[in-house]
Design a protein around this ligand. Structure first.
Ligand code: ADP
Ligand code: GLC
Length: 490
């Protein structure tokens, strides 16, 4: 099958979150199963042209009565021959930041920038004389692809091409004033017909949800949750209506990158049979973060975008968040690696001044994230909602027991501790509140000191979980097939 991924990020070229990991890892897995997969993404300013091969000839992208001249560059995913096409349009992508900057958190021309990406995806295929069977778009930035395919008079060669749209996070929908509608290049009749209209504004995600042949999201539980008012961010009605076309497929883990046995970023490799060696990583981590090197104190860590979705208010909210009480009342060390909301970054810096057992690194650091996974005992992820979540899976594979809220992909991957049997792979809380976080961490600390044999049993079980992409890629192929069939019968 010929599959084109259209995405706003993909590792190793550009990443702000798990989406980037998923786009590339899924592509590798599909290729391994024998399929012809290619990726289209923007050439952001920080992706150096010198590392890419130019495809000769400028490429005109016509949107309504505008024409944008772009260049296309090509590269491949590392250690593979999976083509990645980069759309180079200086005015749109020649700036720092993927979606916004410190001064403008959401670029006001995002509708135009990503509309150019979506239209360009079709042009690249024409240019390469390669028409995909399936166009697989991810999140609101590329939702327009499904709409263009459904109302395809502009792109007749794609009459047989089916569309699949994956929701990685329904909290981001791409909602803008309707003066931006001409950026889509579609006739005004589609403002209503294609479902862009949202309280007289334009909603890219909504149009994608209504237009795609098949929809997926990144865990089975999240697929159920987003059909409910509490989690659907107003899209629950549409998702109930399309429930037969919506599949929850759990993300996998790229075990070439995240594997404690082979991880090149950590001082001591280990497996579930050599867990003693994990202690060496703990020492190295404590030393790096300036914490006392004490094997007998449990280390709790968090690596995260610092946004409301991740439960940061309940953890670090000034005066009421759980962190202060956790670090003062309990015998533990805490490490936070993250960046995001300014208030939270500031609060974390202030807290770490007052609490000698809390160490904070504000920023993005791939290397450190591996050491944290290997060197910690517990991983904090009390998300308000979590479509899938990757870090709890990395944590499980590294024998670092996750403390998670019972939602989305967290519910699908972490099994709560059973005090009677010592079964489980982590500690699960239901209600998101400072007290409930405190009580669950307290429970984990107590178990660590009083029932350490249970901790070891859970670590072994956690490390034996199978999160390889193979299984998930096969499920995507089933969805692609359904999409192709649906398109043929339309
Ligand atoms: P989300 O996509 O919602 O941010 P995921 O758990 O799916 O959540 O993916 C987050 C990804 O980003 C993981 O690969 C995680 O390791 C990485 N990450 C997040 N923040 C940082 C950071 N500050 N430093 C290094 N890696 C980070
Ligand atoms: C989103 C979600 C996260 C998911 C990731 C990759 O950013 O917040 O839960 O793992 O996408 O699908």
């Amino acid at each position: 099958m010929r599959i084109l991924m259209i995405a706003s990020e993909a590792v190793p070229f550009a990443k702000t979150g798990g989406l980037a990991d998923v786009v590339s890892a899924l592509s590798y897995a599909l290729q391994k199963l024998g399929h012809d997969v290619r990726i289209v993404m923007p050439r952001y300013y920080k992706i150096d042209r010198k590392d890419l091969i130019p495809i000769p000839g400028a490429m005109g992208v016509t949107i309504g009565n505008q024409e944008y001249w772009t260049e296309v560059f090509e590269s491949a995913l590392p250690n593979s021959d999976i083509p990645v096409y980069f759309i180079d349009h200086e005015e749109s992508f020649g700036r720092d930041g993927l979606y916004g900057s410190m001064f403008e958190p959401d670029f006001s021309d995002n509708p135009k920038r990503f509309s150019i990406l979506c239209h360009a995806a079709f042009q690249v295929c024409r240019k390469q004389q390669w028409i995909p069977d399936v166009m697989h778009a991810h999140d609101w930035q590329t939702a327009l692809v499904s709409v263009l395919l459904k109302f395809h008079e502009q792109y007749p060669e794609f009459a047989q091409t089916a569309s699949v749209f994956t929701i990685h996070n329904i909290g981001y929908q791409g909602i803008y004033g309707k003066s931006h509608y001409p950026d889509t290049g579609l006739d005004w009749k589609y403002f209503y017909n294609a479902g862009f209209e949202d309280w007289d504004r334009i909603n890219f995600l909504k149009a994608g949800l209504l237009s795609a042949d098949q929809l997926t999201t990144v865990s089975p539980t999240y697929a159920e949750e987003i059909q409910r008012i509490e989690y659907g961010f107003r899209m629950h009605g549409i998702l109930c209506y399309r429930k037969d076309d919506l599949t929850g497929i759990l993300n996998g883990v790229d075990t070439n990158v995240w594997n404690p046995k082979t991880d090149k970023h950590i001082p001591e490799n280990y497996t579930s049979r050599s867990l003693r060696k994990k202690a060496e990583n703990k020492k190295a981590l404590q030393q790096k973060m300036g914490l006392p090197q004490n094997e007998n104190i449990p280390v709790f860590s968090m690596i995260s975008r610092l946004t409301d979705q991740k439960g940061i208010a309940e953890l670090f909210g000034p005066a009421y968040g759980a962190a202060f009480k956790l670090c003062t009342n309990l015998q533990l060390q805490m490490i936070v690696l993250g960046s995001g909301d300014r208030w939270c970054e500031d609060e974390l810096r202030a807290l770490s001044q007052r609490l000698p057992n809390l160490r904070v690194y504000i920023g993005y650091d791939e290397n450190l994230s591996h050491l944290i996974e290997a060197g910690s005992d517990f991983f904090l992820m009390p998300s308000r909602y979590e479509p899938c979540g990757l870090n709890q899976m990395y944590s499980l594979l590294y024998g670092t027991l996750p403390i998670v809220r019972n939602t989305g992909g967290l519910a699908d991957t972490v099994q709560n501790y059973d005090e009677q049997t010592g079964n489980g792979t982590g500690f699960v809380l239901d209600l998101l509140s400072p007290d409930s976080i405190y009580n669950t961490v307290d429970w984990a600390v107590n178990t660590w000191f009083k029932r350490h044999e249970h901790i070891e049993k859970m670590q072994k079980k956690a490390m034996s979980q199978d999160f390889t992409w193979d299984t998930s890629a096969k499920k995507y192929l089933e969805v692609y097939q359904k999409a192709v069939t649906a398109k043929q019968h339309r």
